[in-house]
Write a protein that binds this ligand. Structure first.
Ligand code: A2P
Length: 302
């Protein structure tokens, strides 16, 4: 199953998430996923595993043209997207990226160079550079060679930030995607509705609630799992497809990589039941980095 991006390109609905997968783990995970039938791998400069993913893709023997690869420009790279792209192509050992996302709407001050990924101020706080505007970063993404970047987009963008991006005079290309945290405890109804209206493909990261997820023991999901004869994780992945967005379950375990690819068709009633879990159990956001500036629109923001 796949969706069509606003560029006209197809994006497979299920992709392998790789955040927190070490290079050693991810090599096997990507090979396993490709052998299972996945044709979509999601990574980022920050995940520090692009090189191993590139090797696994090559060693799989599957033509590059059949695999959709997403990577992301990290917050130390806003100042120079051209170099960031060159580095990503080299690390992934590929001629092009299918989808290149701005990872966060926040840039770091890279002048002190005290950390490759998260530069810190003297007091230990994260050294962001408020003078760098993601609108300008995105304008630079638009200028990248289209034969090397098939589609551009964003990640962790709120409606407020998307509105500012879309209304900027320099924005000529609507982002192809917005990759955000979505799971039954963070259903993101407003953001999904907004992106659908703008023809921006939503992609769900942490769709299972990340490591040690309370959702795996959730009684509502367990009951639905029994009904459909599948694990609760499969119910959550199937819910994403029922809601019609891309879903990126992360796993490095061969059995779980396989089972995460076997989805079921949920009834509308069961989909609605999952929509309502957070209404009784409360909203829970997992990924909320201490940038020290407001990134999200909702109350779970830092
Ligand atoms: P592992 O990599 O050992 O499989 P998310 O996609 O929400 O970030 O969740 C990823 C977490 O959930 C990882 O800790 C992953 O561990 C675990 N996980 C992935 N698939 C399953 C599954 N089918 N059942 C239980 N846990 C899973």
């Amino acid at each position: 199953m796949s969706y069509t991006l606003n560029t006209g390109a197809k994006i497979p609905a299920i992709g392998l998430g790789t955040f927190l997968s070490t290079p050693e783990e991810v090599y096997g995970a990507v090979k396993e996923a490709l052998a299972t039938g996945y044709r979509h791998i999601d990574t980022a400069y920050f995940y520090d595993n692009e090189e191993a993913i590139g090797r696994a893709v090559k060693d799989s023997g599957i033509p590059r043209s059949e695999i959709f690869i997403t990577t992301k420009l990290w917050s130390t790279q806003h100042q120079n997207p051209q170099k960031a792209l060159d580095d990503a192509l080299k690390a992934l050992n590929t001629d092009y990226i299918d989808l290149y996302l701005i990872h966060w709407p926040v840039a770091f001050d890279t002048t002190n160079g005290n950390d490759k990924f998260i530069p810190k101020r003297a007091d230990g706080s994260w050294a962001i550079d408020p003078s760098v505007d993601f609108v300008d970063t995105y304008a630079k993404l638009q200028e990248l060679d289209p034969s090397k970047v098939k589609a551009i987009g964003v990640s962790n963008f709120s409606i407020t930030n998307l509105e500012r991006l879309l209304s900027a005079p320099s924005t000529k290309v609507t982002p192809a995607a917005n990759q955000v945290e979505i799971h039954p405890l963070l259903p993101q109804e407003e953001l999904i509705k907004y992106c659908k209206a703008k023809n921006i493909q939503i992609e769900a990261y942490c769709p299972l609630g990340s490591a040690n997820s309370p959702l795996l023991d959730n009684p509502v999901l367990a009951k639905l799992g029994e009904k459909y004869g599948v694990p609760p994780a499969t119910i959550m992945i199937s819910w994403a497809l029922w809601r019609e967005y891309v879903v990126l379950p992360k796993s490095v375990n061969p059995q779980r990589i396989k089972s995460n690819f076997e989805v079921v068709k949920l009834s509308d009633e069961d989909g609605e039941t999952i929509n309502n879990i957070s209404k009784t159990e409360g909203i829970k956001r997992i990924v909320d980095p201490p940038f020290g500036v407001k990134v999200y629109d909702d109350n779970t923001a830092y």
